[in-house]
Design a protein around this ligand. Structure first.
Ligand code: NDP
Length: 261
């Protein structure tokens, strides 16, 4: 699994999404995070097909939306996503949100797709400790990935979930790693960035990589797509990591699954 990918929420279907994917491929991104809810699967598939990058080098992710839960409904939703992508088997298919009462049946559908070879890896998103424990108690296939909101401003509050994933060899994928831009101007992040000669965005991505998370920053701007991938030639010191680890304020920038039963 590549450790850096392009987040695709709010990349518009059509030229904007295609250009972002094409550029990201040129800058070395090999992981793409879409979802049926994002409505840009067609553009993702097209850009990959036209890129000349061997299909086997790219990890394509899409997700099951909340209104498509249930065994049969999930199978049908997957087929629609697969058709829109037009890339053959999907590399990673995630349950987008732990919809109460229906998520177990949906997981069975993902297991079927995995068994049939339609999906290479299956996983979940927004699963907190109680959702993970429930899933692990009935799953025949352990999820490969749990995608959750993770950045220094939510790190401590998500730690128990991260630990549980680690204990079960489940990769932790960090969504909204740049806090959707909301904390890029934080003085403490800026101070670390200045000390390293890097940008705040690069510092947040590097922080996640050093914690072993898969980072999926989103941008539609060429210079930022490049900037966000230029994070492998420096290292944050232990002191800087500790400073960033201490910034937790239980920040959720979109939806917070903590209280989802
Ligand atoms: P991010 O934390 O990746 O931040 C994206 C925002 O930051 C955009 O407004 C972008 O603007 C801006 N930005 C990007 N790079 C830079 C930079 N170098 N300097 C300054 N600003 C920058 O937010 P997302 O919420 O998009 O999260 C990333 C991905 O995670 C999503 O795209 C999606 O794939 C996934 N996700 C999954 C969720 C889930 O429930 N499973 C929920 C939320 C996200 P611009 O585009 O104009 O550059």
């Amino acid at each position: 699994m590549p450790v850096l990918g392009l987040g695709m929420w709010r990349l518009r279907e059509g030229k904007q999404a295609r250009d972002a994917v094409r550029l990201a491929l040129q800058h070395g991104y090999r992981l793409f995070d879409s979802a049926s809810y994002y409505r840009n699967e067609r553009s993702l598939g097209q850009a990959i097909r036209e890129s000349g990058v061997p299909r086997g080098e790219v990890v394509v992710t899409t997700k099951l939306w909340n209104s498509d839960h249930g065994y049969e409904a999930a199978l049908r939703a997957f087929r629609r996503s697969q058709e829109r992508l037009g890339l053959g088997p999907v590399d990673l298919y995630l349950i987008h949100w732990p919809v109460q009462g229906r998520r177990k049946d949906s997981w069975r559908a993902l297991e079927t797709l995995h068994e049939e070879g339609e999906v290479r890896s299956i996983g979940v998103s927004n699963y907190m400790v109680h959702h993970m424990e429930e899933l692990l108690a009935h799953a025949e296939v352990v999820p490969a990935v749990n995608q959750i909101e993770l950045h220094p401003f939510s790190y401590r509050s998500r730690r128990a979930t991260v630990e549980l994933c680690r204990q079960n060899d489940i990769a932790v994928e960090a969504y909204s790693p740049l806090t959707k831009g909301r904390r890029l101007g934080d003085a403490r992040v800026e101070a670390v960035a200045t000390a390293c000669g890097k940008t705040p965005a690069q510092v947040l991505i590097r922080w996640g990589l050093q914690h072993g998370f898969v980072e999926i920053p989103k941008s539609s701007h060429p210079a930022r797509i490049h900037e966000n991938a230029d994070v492998f030639g420096f290292e944050l010191s232990r002191e800087h990591m500790e400073t960033l680890d201490g910034l937790d304020e239980a920040l959720s920038t979109s939806w917070d699954p903590t209280r989802q039963p």
